[in-house]
Design a protein around this ligand. Structure first.
Ligand code: B16
Ligand code: MG
Length: 213
């Protein structure tokens, strides 16, 4: 194995609370129930697909333009919340693990559904660890489609079978499997049946990446 593709939200840092707060404002405005359990279903899912989940209990009709406005409004709230991120947001174990893997010669990439990926990497000072970034801005199909990971592998000049994908979402593990990558699951994805290597802590990557697959 020569490369490791990292999901962003839920793997390198936890922005789920920020997504939650932003979607909650939209849900409250529409009068639909929204809680942490529903928020967990939004992991790895695109903004537009997330809105459809938020709207599951909405009784009225919304046009395409109104849905687009709601997505934009959610993103404006979310971007405000991103201002709270800085280098201290990142668990030191994440930095230490990325530095170790880079030193060992692995090519590292990000594969995230988020269109805010560059802002997040920049604010947290993580961007220099990565050889390539594939995110919500360069794909036409979101996870569980493998496109975001296939592009990441292409950007680091590797084949899918030469790369691990580290994910926290079932949709992301499905995408990794569909693309022919070796899926490593953390958080909720560690419990998922399609995950090849479940981990509790990101530092466990230091051992797993040397296994012969
Ligand atoms: P944005 P990941 C995903 O990031 C999040 O998990 C998901 O909750 C979010 O809806 C999606 O990005 C799109 O984010 O609205 O910022 O474009 O887990 O794929 O890194
Ligand atoms: Mg994620």
């Amino acid at each position: 194995m020569k490369g490791i593709i990292f999901d962003l939200d839920g793997v390198l840092l936890s922005t789920d609370q920020l997504h939650y707060e932003a979607w909650k404002k939209i849900a409250d405005k529409l009068g639909v129930p929204f809680d942490k359990k529903i928020n967990d279903r939004l992991r790895g899912v695109s903004r537009e697909a997330s809105l459809e989940i938020v709207l599951e209990k909405y009784n009225g009709y919304l046009s395409k333009a109104e849905k687009e406005d709601l997505c934009n409004e959610k993103n404006e709230y979310y971007k405000e919340l991103l201002h709270t991120l800085d280098e201290d947001t990142i668990d030191p174990k994440v930095r230490e693990t990325l530095a170790f893997l880079k030193n060992k010669g692995f090519r590292l990439a990000v594969g995230s559904s988020s269109k805010n990926t560059m802002t997040i990497l920049h604010r947290t000072g993580l961007e220099d660890y990565f050889d390539a970034i594939s995110d919500g801005n360069n794909i036409s199909k979101s996870k569980p489609d493998p496109e975001v990971f296939l592009k990441a592998a292409e950007y680091i000049f590797l084949k899918p079978e030469e790369c691990f994908v580290v994910e926290d979402a079932e949709a992301g593990i499905d995408a990794a499997v569909a693309g022919g990558f070796c899926p490593i699951g953390i958080g909720l994805a560690a419990e998922y049946s399609k995950t090849r290597f479940p981990i509790k802590d990101i530092t466990q990557l230091k051992d797993i990446v040397f296994l012969k697959i």
